[in-house]
Design a protein around this ligand. Structure first.
Ligand SMILES: [Zn+2]
Length: 250
């Protein structure tokens, strides 16, 4: 609903974009008519039901040689695990960093090779399949682990993408709507990003953050604030796969 409202505020242009998206069968966020069905089938996950105070921090668009190590240090300090949805052509330039991330127990998810919005938003099957395969192979080669999660750039979903996920036994890891702090927006300061996360926190949430954008220094600072505050509130930080397992065990 929030997204529909936002689209309306954009006026006719927004509606035009929306209709274009619909006509191609690809659309982002909760607007997709099959979203609830996919969540029930556990192909798409946005959060989990758990009585435990556990959440998953996720970072998109890295790895970044300056920002990602800062985040890794914070995670280590608070004995926290996270999930990184990496872009293949960034990871290719930072293989040692990617290896370190995996060796420190963090989960590596697939966020495509070139972050091409059009491959996903315009539902170009051949291109998105090639992008996801190339990146999965790269992650496996560097970390010896085949990724089981992927997150489409821009959050664009389509029936074709979901079919692809089913065939490859992958989970499309979305995020919890309340936990999108828009940390990537220039000028969004660490205190405000952290505040958004802390005041909306609930068990089982998947928190959306970015370690590969121009504003990611603020994100890295926010992570330290969030970990400090929520650890004191009794929260644990686990990978998305562990969060899913936790819910399944209950
Ligand atoms: Zn992204």
């Amino acid at each position: 609903m929030i997204l529909i409202f936002k689209k309306r505020t954009l006026g006719f242009m927004g509606i035009g974009i929306l209709l274009t998206g619909l006509s191609f069968g690809a659309i982002n966020m909760a607007l997709h008519p099959h979203m609830n069905q996919w969540k029930q089938e556990k192909i798409v996950v946005t959060m989990v039901e758990t009585s435990q105070k556990a959440v998953a921090l996720t970072f998109d668009d890295g790895p970044n040689p300056e920002i990602t190590p800062m985040i890794l240090d914070s995670l280590k300090k608070y004995n926290a695990q996270a999930t990184f949805f990496i872009i293949g052509n960034h990871a290719e330039k930072q293989p040692q960093l990617l290896k370190n991330m995996a060796e420190q127990g963090h989960e590596i998810g697939n966020h495509s090779y070139s972050h091409s919005y059009s491959a996903f938003s315009l539902n170009k099957i051949d291109i998105f399949q090639a992008e996801l395969h190339k990146t999965a192979n790269l992650i496996e080669k560097i970390t010896s682990q085949r990724p089981v999660l992927f997150r489409p750039p821009g959050g664009y979903l389509s029936d074709n993408l979901v079919d692809f996920a089913k065939n490859e036994q992958l989970i499309i890891a979305y995020w919890t709507w309340q936990q999108d702090s828009k940390d990537w927006q220039n000028g969004n300061k660490a205190a405000s990003i952290a505040d958004h996360i802390i005041k909306n926190i609930n068990p089982g949430q998947i928190i959306l953050l970015h370690d590969g954008t121009n504003n990611s220094l603020e994100t890295a600072k926010a992570v330290d604030i969030v970990l400090d505050s929520l650890t004191r509130e009794g929260y644990r930080f686990v990978t998305v796969s562990d969060l899913i397992k936790l819910a399944n065990e209950e």
